[in-house]
Design a protein around this ligand. Structure first.
Ligand SMILES: Cc1cc2nc3c(=O)[nH]c(=O)nc-3n(C[C@H](O)[C@H](O)[C@H](O)COP(=O)(O)OP(=O)(O)OC[C@H]3O[C@@H](n4cnc5c(N)ncnc54)[C@H](O)[C@@H]3O)c2cc1C
Length: 304
């Protein structure tokens, strides 16, 4: 069976691409390695997606999924390991099966970056977390640390202030990069304090996390803060290491022609957080999903 289109990844970008391509009546499948939803399913509250002033990540992605399934989306659960050229079509090699398609849209998104400091790996799941919604409730009435200064760190810190006893936000710079509106909210929270111009050096404990040691970026002075949890939000890395034949930037994000979102492999497009660009958000992911699908529809017609 040769599909018109295979979409790899079932996050916001993949579901948006599916909606556009299904409405053009392409014969397609979406391949997802885990559960449909992607990273946004990890977020407690989305406040910057137009039309929905406040809803959870799960509620938003369920709306996307229902919309796509209502148009007949066929989701295959498999992990894609490679994309190569066949004689006529692209060959998509999954763990369970090999698939063929005229066009492909890569929407594999990203996963959290690690600090790579002592104690991080050892205490992951025992005090170290990358998901406030999933693990925040385990730290009810405890003191915790949040690491990072971007939108995700400040937004998730805000959410955690409502659950935990106190949070200390540790950020290596003097200023935050996060949206001003969420910074203001965090500054107003009575149980939030800040360790700016500090980086974490180690996460310490015996069976579970007991403290975090931080270092002043200028004076190099160190101190240890007692905490029961450390939530790390220092950015993301694209899940693209399996793609050997497609051009990427120095950080592994996929490069495309910005007009059509075509990658260095003709007929293969990329959208969402895996794509090299400035803003990694749901709004940009769904916009790019729509654009990549439109380009794939045109490409399919050019070769039909
Ligand atoms: C905690 C948190 C809070 C956030 N809050 C906001 C917010 O408030 N507002 C906002 O706009 N954005 C927010 N974001 C960012 C937003 O979630 C992302 O920009 C968006 O999810 C990107 O969508 P995507 O479809 O490109 O990728 P993803 O959501 O990462 O989805 C990629 C999908 O591809 C699948 N996949 C990966 N590799 C393979 C493979 N080899 N084979 C098959 N499937 C594969 C993954 O399992 C995943 O389901 C937040 C992110 C996080 C982590």
């Amino acid at each position: 069976m040769v599909y018109d289109l295979i979409i790899i990844g079932g996050g916001p970008a993949g579901l948006s691409a599916a909606i556009y391509a299904l409405r053009a009546r392409l014969n397609l499948i979406l391949i997802e390695k885990m559960a449909v939803g992607g990273q946004i399913a990890l977020s407690d509250n989305i406040e910057n997606y137009p039309g929905f002033p406040s809803l959870s990540g799960i509620e938003l992605i369920q709306k996307f999924e229902e919309h796509a399934k209502g148009l007949g989306l066929n989701i295959i659960y498999d992990e894609v390991k490679d994309i190569t050229y066949g004689e006529e079509y692209k060959i998509i090699r999954g763990v369970n099966e090999t698939y063929q398609a005229k066009t492909v849209i890569i929407t594999v998104g990203a996963s959290p970056k690690r600090l790579n400091i002592p104690g991080e790996r050892e205490f992951t799941g025992r005090g170290v977390s990358y998901c406030a919604t999933c693990d925040g409730p385990f730290f009810k009435d405890e003191d915790i640390a949040v690491i990072g200064g971007g939108d995700t760190a400040v937004k998730e810190a805000n959410y955690l202030t409502k659950i935990v006893k106190s949070i200390v936000l540790i950020h290596r710079r003097k200023e935050f990069r996060a949206e001003k509106i969420i910074q203001e909210r965090l500054h107003n929270a009575k149980n939030a304090s800040f360790e700016l111009e500090h980086t974490p050096i180690s996460i310490n404990g015996t069976k579970t996390v007991e403290s975090v040691t931080i270092e002043n970026v200028k004076t190099k002075e160190r101190k240890t803060i007692p905490v029961k949890g450390v939530f790390i939000f220092i950015g993301i890395k694209p899940q693209t290491s399996f793609l050997k034949n497609i051009e990427k930037d120095e950080n592994g994000f996929i490069k495309t022609d910005h007009y059509t979102l075509m990658t260095s492999m003709p007929g293969v497009f990329c959208a969402g957080d895996a794509h090299s660009k400035k803003l990694l958000q749901v709004a940009t992911a769904v916009g790019e999903g729509a654009l990549a699908a439109t380009s794939a529809i045109e490409f399919t017609c050019d070769i039909c």
